[in-house]
Design a protein around this ligand. Structure first.
Ligand SMILES: O=P(O)(O)O[C@@H]1C[C@H](O)[C@@H](CO)O1
Ligand SMILES: O=c1cc[nH]c(=O)[nH]1
Length: 284
């Protein structure tokens, strides 16, 4: 079964679940937030940008950076973790920007995105742009480059996210917002000596065997087979590899969030990539 994406036209964040209307209270369990315990429109109604990445410390640092850049009152060092009670994800806000960690891999980002999307829906947010700022392994590109994802592909290089629902495989599209990707690219051009490109990002279920690494606890292939696979990936347009982009693209696309993903093939997203995202936020 293949499902299509759904932009609402109103700019509102969509949820596609009729059961939600029947709930007396929607508990966003892993965010430690809820519709009865928190006034979500008052807390989040003015959010316009959401930046997500794996690590809590990185997302705190990003919120502090945005706090300073936006010239907000108070000490950036004091940004508080809105989800501190959950011990699963960390969430910070700096003006209209929400910065959230998602952990590693599809199951982890998927749980966070379900609850984040419901949060933005309950808060009646409009015209929200979401960007994943993460690390990735580069493929045939200059070290230190940033890859802005146009399409997330699975480990067979297909633009799809397969989710098993009640035992059936549901296929969802993983196209990302091409216009926004071009805008991010234009923002990167303002930063000197900053190699940036638009390309496909391959999303895998594993960091080791799943990405052709020879140094995991298990490895069932030769170095030659690994290189042949990575070459096929490159020929299919893949320029980097990470572990969340297909779920990110599918969930955000279906719920009306504008999303280019932005991946930095280094061990830590560079200060330049963070500046590029800041320039985009200021320009929108
Ligand atoms: O956002 P990050 O940089 O944590 O994402 C990548 C993909 C995996 O989650 C992880 C693997 O090291 O890093
Ligand atoms: O999934 C990932 C993340 C960072 N670097 C990689 O090589 N792979």
């Amino acid at each position: 079964m293949t499902e299509t994406t759904g932009y609402s036209g109103s700019g509102l964040v969509l949820v596609k679940n009729p059961h939600l209307d029947l709930l007396e209270e929607d508990v966003l369990y892993h965010l430690d937030l809820g519709t009865k315990t928190h006034n979500l429109p008052a807390m989040f109604g003015d959010i316009k940008f959401v930046c997500v990445g794996g690590s809590p410390n990185r997302m705190r640092a990003f919120a502090q950076f945005m706090h300073r850049e936006l010239g907000l009152a108070g000490d950036a060092e004091d940004v508080a973790d809105i989800c501190a009670g959950s011990d699963r994800y960390a969430m910070y806000r700096a003006g209209p920007v929400l910065s959230i960690s998602h952990g590693m891999g599809i199951p982890s980002i998927s749980i966070m995105l379900h609850e984040l999307i419901k949060l933005l829906h309950h808060a009646k947010c409009r015209d929200v742009t979401i960007i994943r700022i993460g690390t990735s392994g580069g493929l045939g590109i200059e070290a230190g480059s940033v890859v802005i994802t146009d399409t997330a592909v699975d480990s067979s290089f297909q633009p799809r996210f397969e989710q098993v629902v009640l035992g059936d495989v549901v296929v969802r599209s993983t196209e990302l917002d091409k216009e926004l990707a071009e805008e991010l690219l234009a923002c990167s051009r303002e930063i000197p000596d900053f190699p940036t490109l638009i390309g496909h990002t391959m999303c895998t279920y594993d960091f080791y065997e799943g990405q052709g690494r020879l140094d995991g606890a298990l490895c069932s292939f030769s170095s030659e087979k690994k290189l042949a696979y990575l070459r096929r990936a490159y020929d299919a347009g893949v320029r980097n590899i990470e572990m969340e982009s297909t779920a990110f693209a599918a969930l955000c696309g279906m719920c009306g969030l504008k999303a280019p993903a932005d991946h930095i093939p280094t061990t830590f997203p560079s200060s330049n990539s963070v500046k590029m995202v800041k320039t985009l936020i200021f320009s929108l």
